[in-house]
Design a protein around this ligand. Structure first.
Ligand code: Q0Z
Length: 322
């Protein structure tokens, strides 16, 4: 299977085996692209206009976008995000206007098949230049920093912790966004204060910890450990015109979070995450040098990975179908 890209317009069926690798919305203007997501401007002439936020079926591993997509991945992740935006709406307002394609501006109507289930019309916000990371467990760059310094983002931790250990309490470990390619760099709370000011720094930290507390307790009740995750916040005027913090971007998806199956949790080593383990194992097995071009994936790795994403979706949302 070569995961053919769907045709841009609404011709022919979108069958299960097709992955959306590249969005093509005709004359609509691309606003930003990431490894996996694309953003379109609704009205390019208006610098404040809404945005169309689309999750493709691209998948990245070892910092590269792979040659194959995972059919429905973008739809699955968008539905997970929408679930969490709704679940968290009493804690924090969010940027979502609608995910109903029929409610999108008319210029997007010819592309409804491409957009269905994977797209959110969102309010444009002034994004804070900080990745709001929260960790309940010691993994990834947190584990690396802890081994080197005994601290993460300037937060001193008890000695003797093992990889994947649960932390005494969740910690806010912000990171600075590094433009394309480079990894985000862990920063101290004081550096957040320098970037956004004292008041917003405290608000972002408190919101991040409050969201994590509510979401991780819910995930745990479904047999899923939310080891860590990353939020992006922005500012937009509320109904009275007062600048208000909004939860933006994607929220608590497997791409922005480490989800661990609780029944496989074993501290003292790396914990394989829910979604990409078959992909990483395959890429290690072929001894890819982790330089471009990234390889494609065999069909069985694609379909087993798709099942992993669907399983995470089902556990978290209680739904069997997209
Ligand atoms: C998010 C990103 C992506 C590339 C801009 N509501 C918003 N208002 C203003 N800006 C953004 C949002 Cl979500 C915004 N990003 C991150 C996402 C592709 C970059 F899908 N950039």
């Amino acid at each position: 299977m070569h995961n053919p890209t769907v045709t841009p317009e609404n011709k022919g069926p979108l069958t299960m085996q097709e992955a959306l690798l590249k969005t093509d919305l005709g004359d609509n203007k691309l606003f930003a692209t990431g490894k996996v997501r694309d953003i379109y401007a609704v009205d390019p002439a208006n610098p404040n206009s809404d945005l169309l936020f689309i999750a493709s079926d691209r998948i990245s591993a070892f910092d590269h976008v792979l040659g194959s997509g995972i059919p429905d991945k973008g739809r699955i992740l968008t539905q997970i995000s929408l679930f969490w935006f709704d679940f968290l709406k009493s804690v924090v307002p969010n940027h979502v206007i609608t995910s109903q394609v029929e409610e999108f501006p008319a210029s997007f109507a010819p592309f409804s098949r491409q957009l269905e289930g994977r797209t959110m019309l969102v309010r444009r916000a002034q994004m804070f230049p900080v990745e709001c990371v929260v960790r309940g467990y010691l993994s990834g760059s947190g584990w690396k920093d802890y081994q080197a310094t005994g601290a993460v983002c300037g937060i001193k931790l008890p000695s003797g912790l093992r990889e994947s250990d649960r932390l005494p309490k969740p910690i806010f470990t912000p990171a600075a966004k590094i433009n394309t390619g480079g990894h985000d760099e862990n920063i101290s709370f004081d550096q957040v204060v320098e970037a956004v000011g004292e008041e917003y720094a405290h608000k972002l930290r408190d919101l991040t910890l409050a969201i994590y507390a509510k979401a991780s307790a819910y995930a745990a009740s479904k047999g899923v450990i939310l080891a860590d995750t990353k939020f992006e916040f922005g500012l937009a005027p509320d109904q009275a015109g007062t600048p208000t913090i909004l939860l933006a971007d994607e929220v608590l998806t497997p791409d922005s979070s480490r989800y661990w199956p609780a029944d496989q949790y074993a501290p003292g080593g790396p914990t394989p995450s829910f979604d990409k383990q078959f992909v990483r194992d395959y890429l290690e097995s072929i001894h890819w040098n982790k330089q471009a071009p990234a390889p494609s994936l065999p069909d069985d790795v694609v379909s087993r990975t798709r099942e992993k994403y669907m399983h995470a979706f089902s556990l978290l949302t209680g739904r069997e179908n997209l």
